[in-house]
Ligand binder design. Structure first.
Ligand code: F6P
Length: 405
Protein backbone atom coordinates (compact mmCIF):
# COMPACT_ATOMS: atom_id res chain seq x y z
CA UNK A 1 0.00 0.00 0.00
CA UNK A 2 1.09 3.57 -0.62
CA UNK A 3 -0.34 7.06 -0.42
CA UNK A 4 -0.50 9.70 -3.12
CA UNK A 5 -0.22 13.50 -2.96
CA UNK A 6 -1.48 16.16 -5.32
CA UNK A 7 -0.89 19.92 -5.45
CA UNK A 8 -1.93 22.84 -7.63
CA UNK A 9 0.37 25.65 -8.66
CA UNK A 10 0.55 28.84 -10.73
CA UNK A 11 -2.28 31.05 -11.99
CA UNK A 12 -5.80 29.71 -11.50
CA UNK A 13 -8.02 28.36 -14.29
CA UNK A 14 -11.54 26.99 -14.56
CA UNK A 15 -10.23 23.47 -15.15
CA UNK A 16 -7.52 22.91 -12.55
CA UNK A 17 -9.99 21.54 -10.01
CA UNK A 18 -11.30 19.14 -12.65
CA UNK A 19 -7.76 17.77 -12.95
CA UNK A 20 -7.71 17.40 -9.17
CA UNK A 21 -10.98 15.46 -9.48
CA UNK A 22 -9.30 13.25 -12.08
CA UNK A 23 -6.44 12.48 -9.70
CA UNK A 24 -8.85 11.89 -6.82
CA UNK A 25 -11.30 9.67 -8.69
CA UNK A 26 -8.55 7.60 -10.31
CA UNK A 27 -6.77 7.14 -6.98
CA UNK A 28 -9.99 5.93 -5.36
CA UNK A 29 -10.16 3.17 -7.96
CA UNK A 30 -6.68 1.86 -7.22
CA UNK A 31 -6.53 -0.77 -4.48
CA UNK A 32 -2.90 -0.10 -3.61
CA UNK A 33 -3.52 3.63 -2.96
CA UNK A 34 -4.65 4.36 0.57
CA UNK A 35 -4.65 8.06 1.55
CA UNK A 36 -4.96 10.85 -1.02
CA UNK A 37 -3.24 13.95 0.30
CA UNK A 38 -3.71 17.47 -1.01
CA UNK A 39 -0.84 19.88 -0.45
CA UNK A 40 -1.88 23.40 0.51
CA UNK A 41 -0.40 26.15 -1.69
CA UNK A 42 1.41 23.90 -4.10
CA UNK A 43 4.89 22.69 -3.27
CA UNK A 44 5.02 25.13 -0.35
CA UNK A 45 2.60 22.85 1.49
CA UNK A 46 4.94 19.88 1.03
CA UNK A 47 7.91 21.92 2.26
CA UNK A 48 5.91 22.98 5.33
CA UNK A 49 4.28 19.57 5.79
CA UNK A 50 0.88 21.18 5.33
CA UNK A 51 -1.12 18.42 3.70
CA UNK A 52 -4.79 17.59 4.06
CA UNK A 53 -6.48 14.22 3.74
CA UNK A 54 -8.72 14.73 0.72
CA UNK A 55 -10.90 11.70 1.49
CA UNK A 56 -12.01 13.45 4.68
CA UNK A 57 -12.87 16.64 2.76
CA UNK A 58 -14.34 15.39 -0.52
CA UNK A 59 -16.99 13.11 0.92
CA UNK A 60 -19.70 12.52 -1.63
CA UNK A 61 -20.30 12.34 -5.36
CA UNK A 62 -22.01 15.72 -5.05
CA UNK A 63 -18.80 17.14 -3.57
CA UNK A 64 -16.88 15.77 -6.54
CA UNK A 65 -19.33 17.29 -9.02
CA UNK A 66 -19.16 20.66 -7.26
CA UNK A 67 -15.38 20.57 -7.19
CA UNK A 68 -15.33 19.87 -10.94
CA UNK A 69 -17.32 23.04 -11.63
CA UNK A 70 -15.43 25.22 -9.16
CA UNK A 71 -12.93 27.62 -10.70
CA UNK A 72 -9.50 28.41 -9.32
CA UNK A 73 -7.41 26.09 -7.13
CA UNK A 74 -9.29 24.63 -4.20
CA UNK A 75 -5.99 23.72 -2.51
CA UNK A 76 -4.52 27.19 -2.96
CA UNK A 77 -1.56 27.89 -5.21
CA UNK A 78 1.97 29.27 -5.24
CA UNK A 79 4.57 30.75 -7.52
CA UNK A 80 7.52 29.06 -5.87
CA UNK A 81 10.82 28.63 -7.66
CA UNK A 82 12.57 25.53 -6.39
CA UNK A 83 16.31 26.26 -6.18
CA UNK A 84 18.78 23.83 -7.71
CA UNK A 85 19.55 21.04 -5.24
CA UNK A 86 23.25 21.96 -5.52
CA UNK A 87 22.42 25.45 -4.20
CA UNK A 88 20.00 24.52 -1.43
CA UNK A 89 19.54 20.86 -0.56
CA UNK A 90 17.73 21.68 2.66
CA UNK A 91 14.45 22.40 0.88
CA UNK A 92 14.68 19.07 -1.01
CA UNK A 93 15.26 17.25 2.28
CA UNK A 94 12.15 18.87 3.74
CA UNK A 95 10.10 17.79 0.72
CA UNK A 96 11.48 14.25 0.90
CA UNK A 97 10.84 14.10 4.67
CA UNK A 98 7.19 15.06 4.25
CA UNK A 99 6.63 12.56 1.46
CA UNK A 100 8.55 9.68 3.06
CA UNK A 101 7.03 10.25 6.50
CA UNK A 102 3.54 10.00 4.95
CA UNK A 103 4.42 7.02 2.78
CA UNK A 104 3.69 8.97 -0.40
CA UNK A 105 4.81 7.03 -3.45
CA UNK A 106 3.55 9.46 -6.08
CA UNK A 107 3.35 13.25 -6.21
CA UNK A 108 1.15 14.77 -8.90
CA UNK A 109 1.78 18.44 -9.61
CA UNK A 110 -0.83 20.36 -11.60
CA UNK A 111 0.70 23.54 -13.04
CA UNK A 112 2.28 25.51 -15.85
CA UNK A 113 5.80 25.63 -17.30
CA UNK A 114 7.31 26.94 -14.06
CA UNK A 115 5.70 24.10 -12.09
CA UNK A 116 7.09 21.58 -14.57
CA UNK A 117 10.52 22.84 -13.51
CA UNK A 118 9.60 21.60 -10.01
CA UNK A 119 8.49 18.23 -11.45
CA UNK A 120 11.78 17.92 -13.29
CA UNK A 121 14.01 18.92 -10.37
CA UNK A 122 12.19 16.80 -7.80
CA UNK A 123 12.13 13.67 -9.95
CA UNK A 124 15.89 14.02 -10.53
CA UNK A 125 16.56 14.55 -6.85
CA UNK A 126 14.51 11.52 -5.80
CA UNK A 127 16.31 9.41 -8.41
CA UNK A 128 19.69 10.56 -7.17
CA UNK A 129 18.70 9.78 -3.57
CA UNK A 130 17.22 6.38 -4.55
CA UNK A 131 13.84 7.42 -3.20
CA UNK A 132 10.96 5.60 -4.84
CA UNK A 133 8.66 8.61 -5.22
CA UNK A 134 7.25 9.20 -8.68
CA UNK A 135 6.68 12.80 -9.76
CA UNK A 136 4.23 13.52 -12.56
CA UNK A 137 3.12 16.86 -13.99
CA UNK A 138 -0.38 17.69 -15.17
CA UNK A 139 -0.43 20.75 -17.43
CA UNK A 140 -2.65 23.75 -16.85
CA UNK A 141 -2.66 27.37 -17.88
CA UNK A 142 -4.97 29.75 -19.66
CA UNK A 143 -1.87 31.01 -21.49
CA UNK A 144 -1.68 27.77 -23.55
CA UNK A 145 2.07 28.31 -23.79
CA UNK A 146 3.36 24.86 -22.80
CA UNK A 147 5.59 23.09 -25.31
CA UNK A 148 4.80 19.66 -26.78
CA UNK A 149 1.16 19.47 -25.65
CA UNK A 150 -1.39 20.48 -28.30
CA UNK A 151 -3.09 22.69 -25.73
CA UNK A 152 -3.36 23.09 -21.99
CA UNK A 153 -6.32 22.41 -19.70
CA UNK A 154 -7.87 25.73 -18.70
CA UNK A 155 -7.20 27.35 -22.06
CA UNK A 156 -10.44 26.20 -23.74
CA UNK A 157 -12.63 27.64 -20.98
CA UNK A 158 -10.72 30.92 -20.94
CA UNK A 159 -10.89 31.11 -24.74
CA UNK A 160 -14.64 30.55 -24.61
CA UNK A 161 -15.07 33.28 -22.00
CA UNK A 162 -13.00 35.69 -24.09
CA UNK A 163 -14.95 34.96 -27.29
CA UNK A 164 -18.38 35.11 -25.67
CA UNK A 165 -17.54 38.31 -23.82
CA UNK A 166 -16.05 39.90 -26.92
CA UNK A 167 -19.25 39.10 -28.79
CA UNK A 168 -21.38 40.63 -26.04
CA UNK A 169 -19.15 43.71 -25.89
CA UNK A 170 -19.60 44.06 -29.65
CA UNK A 171 -23.40 44.02 -29.32
CA UNK A 172 -23.18 46.70 -26.64
CA UNK A 173 -20.75 48.88 -28.54
CA UNK A 174 -22.69 49.30 -31.74
CA UNK A 175 -25.84 50.90 -30.36
CA UNK A 176 -24.95 54.57 -30.82
CA UNK A 177 -24.61 56.46 -34.05
CA UNK A 178 -21.27 58.00 -33.07
CA UNK A 179 -17.98 56.28 -33.90
CA UNK A 180 -16.25 54.45 -31.08
CA UNK A 181 -13.26 52.28 -30.30
CA UNK A 182 -13.34 49.52 -27.67
CA UNK A 183 -10.08 47.91 -26.58
CA UNK A 184 -10.24 44.55 -24.79
CA UNK A 185 -7.12 43.56 -22.85
CA UNK A 186 -6.57 39.81 -22.62
CA UNK A 187 -4.15 37.75 -20.49
CA UNK A 188 -1.59 35.30 -21.78
CA UNK A 189 1.78 36.69 -20.78
CA UNK A 190 4.29 36.50 -23.66
CA UNK A 191 2.12 34.27 -25.86
CA UNK A 192 -0.86 35.43 -27.88
CA UNK A 193 -2.95 32.23 -27.83
CA UNK A 194 -5.78 33.57 -25.69
CA UNK A 195 -5.94 36.91 -27.47
CA UNK A 196 -5.92 35.14 -30.84
CA UNK A 197 -8.73 32.84 -29.75
CA UNK A 198 -11.11 35.84 -29.74
CA UNK A 199 -11.01 35.59 -33.54
CA UNK A 200 -13.23 32.48 -33.39
CA UNK A 201 -16.06 35.00 -33.74
CA UNK A 202 -15.02 35.35 -37.38
CA UNK A 203 -16.19 31.77 -37.89
CA UNK A 204 -19.71 33.01 -37.08
CA UNK A 205 -19.55 35.80 -39.64
CA UNK A 206 -18.72 38.50 -37.08
CA UNK A 207 -16.28 41.16 -38.23
CA UNK A 208 -15.13 41.80 -34.65
CA UNK A 209 -12.52 41.68 -33.36
CA UNK A 210 -11.44 44.06 -36.12
CA UNK A 211 -7.87 44.20 -34.89
CA UNK A 212 -5.92 41.64 -32.85
CA UNK A 213 -2.51 42.44 -31.34
CA UNK A 214 -0.37 39.61 -29.99
CA UNK A 215 3.10 39.66 -28.41
CA UNK A 216 4.51 37.57 -31.27
CA UNK A 217 4.32 40.68 -33.49
CA UNK A 218 6.39 43.75 -32.66
CA UNK A 219 4.00 46.49 -31.60
CA UNK A 220 4.23 50.04 -32.96
CA UNK A 221 1.97 52.90 -31.86
CA UNK A 222 2.13 54.50 -35.32
CA UNK A 223 0.94 51.33 -37.06
CA UNK A 224 -1.71 50.85 -34.37
CA UNK A 225 -3.14 54.34 -34.93
CA UNK A 226 -3.11 53.89 -38.68
CA UNK A 227 -4.87 50.47 -38.29
CA UNK A 228 -7.52 52.02 -36.05
CA UNK A 229 -8.16 54.85 -38.50
CA UNK A 230 -8.53 52.38 -41.37
CA UNK A 231 -10.99 50.23 -39.41
CA UNK A 232 -12.96 53.32 -38.32
CA UNK A 233 -13.51 54.10 -41.99
CA UNK A 234 -15.19 50.68 -42.34
CA UNK A 235 -16.98 50.16 -39.01
CA UNK A 236 -18.87 52.51 -36.71
CA UNK A 237 -17.70 50.61 -33.63
CA UNK A 238 -14.17 49.22 -33.80
CA UNK A 239 -13.43 46.34 -31.43
CA UNK A 240 -9.78 45.55 -30.66
CA UNK A 241 -8.29 42.54 -28.88
CA UNK A 242 -4.92 43.26 -27.32
CA UNK A 243 -2.67 40.94 -25.39
CA UNK A 244 -1.40 42.05 -22.00
CA UNK A 245 2.05 40.94 -23.17
CA UNK A 246 2.66 43.25 -26.13
CA UNK A 247 5.75 45.40 -25.75
CA UNK A 248 4.99 48.80 -24.25
CA UNK A 249 7.20 51.55 -22.82
CA UNK A 250 8.58 51.18 -19.28
CA UNK A 251 6.19 52.54 -16.70
CA UNK A 252 2.94 51.43 -18.37
CA UNK A 253 2.97 48.31 -16.20
CA UNK A 254 3.78 48.21 -12.49
CA UNK A 255 7.23 46.61 -12.92
CA UNK A 256 6.52 44.25 -10.00
CA UNK A 257 7.75 40.68 -10.66
CA UNK A 258 6.90 37.27 -9.17
CA UNK A 259 9.38 34.65 -7.89
CA UNK A 260 10.11 33.54 -11.43
CA UNK A 261 10.89 37.09 -12.50
CA UNK A 262 7.65 37.35 -14.52
CA UNK A 263 6.27 40.88 -14.62
CA UNK A 264 2.69 41.45 -13.45
CA UNK A 265 1.21 42.59 -16.72
CA UNK A 266 -1.77 44.85 -16.72
CA UNK A 267 -2.63 48.29 -18.00
CA UNK A 268 -1.95 48.09 -21.74
CA UNK A 269 -5.66 48.56 -22.58
CA UNK A 270 -5.86 51.78 -20.57
CA UNK A 271 -2.59 52.98 -22.10
CA UNK A 272 -3.93 52.47 -25.64
CA UNK A 273 -7.27 54.02 -24.68
CA UNK A 274 -5.48 57.23 -23.65
CA UNK A 275 -3.52 57.26 -26.90
CA UNK A 276 -6.66 56.82 -29.04
CA UNK A 277 -8.40 59.57 -27.07
CA UNK A 278 -5.58 62.05 -27.51
CA UNK A 279 -4.60 61.15 -31.09
CA UNK A 280 -7.98 60.29 -32.67
CA UNK A 281 -10.34 61.97 -30.24
CA UNK A 282 -13.31 59.60 -30.59
CA UNK A 283 -15.35 57.80 -27.93
CA UNK A 284 -13.02 55.14 -26.60
CA UNK A 285 -13.21 52.59 -23.79
CA UNK A 286 -10.83 49.92 -22.57
CA UNK A 287 -11.92 46.73 -20.85
CA UNK A 288 -9.47 44.55 -18.97
CA UNK A 289 -10.89 41.04 -18.80
CA UNK A 290 -8.56 40.51 -15.86
CA UNK A 291 -9.12 37.44 -13.65
CA UNK A 292 -12.68 36.93 -14.97
CA UNK A 293 -11.21 35.21 -18.03
CA UNK A 294 -9.66 32.52 -15.87
CA UNK A 295 -12.35 32.01 -13.21
CA UNK A 296 -15.67 32.39 -15.04
CA UNK A 297 -16.64 28.74 -14.90
CA UNK A 298 -20.25 29.57 -15.80
CA UNK A 299 -18.88 30.12 -19.30
CA UNK A 300 -16.54 27.15 -19.26
CA UNK A 301 -15.95 24.72 -22.08
CA UNK A 302 -17.24 21.23 -21.41
CA UNK A 303 -14.52 19.83 -23.65
CA UNK A 304 -11.91 21.57 -21.54
CA UNK A 305 -13.34 20.39 -18.20
CA UNK A 306 -13.73 16.79 -19.41
CA UNK A 307 -10.19 16.76 -20.79
CA UNK A 308 -8.80 18.29 -17.60
CA UNK A 309 -10.30 15.47 -15.58
CA UNK A 310 -9.09 12.83 -18.05
CA UNK A 311 -5.50 14.10 -18.02
CA UNK A 312 -5.50 14.17 -14.20
CA UNK A 313 -6.58 10.51 -14.13
CA UNK A 314 -3.95 9.62 -16.71
CA UNK A 315 -1.28 11.18 -14.48
CA UNK A 316 -2.10 8.75 -11.67
CA UNK A 317 -1.95 5.78 -14.05
CA UNK A 318 1.38 7.00 -15.40
CA UNK A 319 2.88 7.15 -11.88
CA UNK A 320 1.55 3.68 -11.09
CA UNK A 321 3.16 2.33 -14.24
CA UNK A 322 6.45 3.41 -12.69
CA UNK A 323 7.19 6.60 -14.65
CA UNK A 324 8.63 9.74 -13.12
CA UNK A 325 9.73 13.16 -14.36
CA UNK A 326 6.96 13.05 -16.98
CA UNK A 327 4.25 15.50 -17.95
CA UNK A 328 0.98 14.30 -19.42
CA UNK A 329 0.29 15.96 -22.79
CA UNK A 330 -2.43 16.07 -25.43
CA UNK A 331 -1.74 15.04 -29.01
CA UNK A 332 -4.45 16.13 -31.41
CA UNK A 333 -5.32 13.33 -33.78
CA UNK A 334 -8.06 15.02 -35.75
CA UNK A 335 -10.06 18.24 -35.84
CA UNK A 336 -13.19 16.63 -37.29
CA UNK A 337 -14.31 14.69 -35.37
CA UNK A 338 -12.15 16.28 -32.71
CA UNK A 339 -9.97 13.58 -31.18
CA UNK A 340 -7.03 13.82 -28.81
CA UNK A 341 -4.75 11.25 -27.25
CA UNK A 342 -3.05 11.63 -23.90
CA UNK A 343 0.65 10.85 -24.00
CA UNK A 344 3.72 11.65 -21.91
CA UNK A 345 6.63 14.03 -22.42
CA UNK A 346 9.77 14.60 -20.39
CA UNK A 347 9.31 17.40 -17.86
CA UNK A 348 12.73 18.82 -18.79
CA UNK A 349 11.41 19.51 -22.32
CA UNK A 350 8.50 21.58 -20.98
CA UNK A 351 9.97 23.21 -17.88
CA UNK A 352 10.63 26.97 -18.19
CA UNK A 353 9.93 27.01 -21.94
CA UNK A 354 7.19 28.86 -23.77
CA UNK A 355 5.28 27.97 -26.92
CA UNK A 356 4.23 30.84 -29.13
CA UNK A 357 1.54 31.29 -31.78
CA UNK A 358 2.64 29.77 -35.10
CA UNK A 359 3.51 32.44 -37.68
CA UNK A 360 0.82 31.19 -40.07
CA UNK A 361 -1.91 31.93 -37.48
CA UNK A 362 -1.19 35.67 -37.86
CA UNK A 363 -2.20 37.71 -40.92
CA UNK A 364 0.43 39.35 -43.09
CA UNK A 365 -0.28 42.82 -41.63
CA UNK A 366 0.37 41.42 -38.14
CA UNK A 367 -2.90 42.87 -36.83
CA UNK A 368 -5.38 39.97 -36.98
CA UNK A 369 -5.70 36.19 -37.06
CA UNK A 370 -6.04 34.08 -40.21
CA UNK A 371 -9.26 32.11 -40.62
CA UNK A 372 -7.23 28.93 -41.13
CA UNK A 373 -6.19 29.16 -37.46
CA UNK A 374 -9.79 28.87 -36.28
CA UNK A 375 -9.78 25.09 -36.86
CA UNK A 376 -7.28 24.87 -34.01
CA UNK A 377 -9.33 26.93 -31.56
CA UNK A 378 -12.91 25.91 -32.27
CA UNK A 379 -12.90 22.31 -30.93
CA UNK A 380 -11.48 23.49 -27.61
CA UNK A 381 -14.43 25.71 -26.72
CA UNK A 382 -17.22 23.27 -27.52
CA UNK A 383 -19.90 22.23 -25.04
CA UNK A 384 -21.32 23.74 -21.91
CA UNK A 385 -20.87 22.32 -18.42
CA UNK A 386 -24.08 21.26 -16.64
CA UNK A 387 -23.87 23.52 -13.63
CA UNK A 388 -25.32 22.80 -10.19
CA UNK A 389 -26.88 26.06 -9.01
CA UNK A 390 -28.45 27.51 -5.89
CA UNK A 391 -30.59 30.63 -6.06
CA UNK A 392 -29.66 30.77 -9.72
CA UNK A 393 -25.95 30.98 -8.88
CA UNK A 394 -23.48 28.20 -9.78
CA UNK A 395 -22.37 26.53 -6.54
CA UNK A 396 -18.71 26.12 -5.62
CA UNK A 397 -16.85 23.61 -3.49
CA UNK A 398 -14.62 25.20 -0.89
CA UNK A 399 -12.43 23.83 1.82
CA UNK A 400 -12.49 25.75 5.08
CA UNK A 401 -10.31 28.81 5.17
CA UNK A 402 -8.53 27.61 8.32
CA UNK A 403 -7.23 24.65 6.31
CA UNK A 404 -5.86 26.99 3.66
CA UNK A 405 -4.06 29.25 6.18
O1 F6P B 1 0.05 32.35 -15.93
C1 F6P B 1 -1.29 32.56 -16.05
C2 F6P B 1 -1.65 33.99 -15.82
O2 F6P B 1 -3.04 34.05 -15.65
C3 F6P B 1 -1.17 34.97 -16.91
O3 F6P B 1 -2.03 34.99 -18.01
C4 F6P B 1 -1.12 36.26 -16.14
O4 F6P B 1 -0.23 37.18 -16.73
C5 F6P B 1 -0.62 35.82 -14.82
O5 F6P B 1 -1.06 34.49 -14.64
C6 F6P B 1 -1.12 36.64 -13.67
O6 F6P B 1 -0.45 36.26 -12.53
P1 F6P B 1 -1.08 36.30 -11.06
O7 F6P B 1 -2.05 35.17 -10.96
O8 F6P B 1 0.09 36.04 -10.20
O9 F6P B 1 -1.72 37.61 -10.89
Amino acid sequence: MMNIAVAQSGGPTCAINASLVGVFRESLKVAEIDAIFGSINGIEGVIQNHLVDLKSIILTNDDIELLRQTPSTVLGSCRYKLPDSSEDEEVYRKIADTLVQRNIGAFIYIGGNDSMDTVNKLSEYFRSENLDIKVIGIPKTIDNDLCITDHTPGFGSAAKYVAVTMNEITRDSIVYSIPSVTIVEIMGRHAGWLTASSAVLHAMGETAPHLVYVPEVKFSIDSFLSDVRQEMAKHKAVIIAVSEGIEVPEGVQSGVVDNFGHKYLSGIGKYLEDIVRSEIGCKVRSIELNVMQRCSSHLGSRTDIDEAEAIGSAGVRCALEGHTGKVMVFRRVENVPYTVKIETANACEIANREKFLPKDFINSAGNNINNSALDYFLPLIQGEPHLITENGIPKHFAIHEYVLK
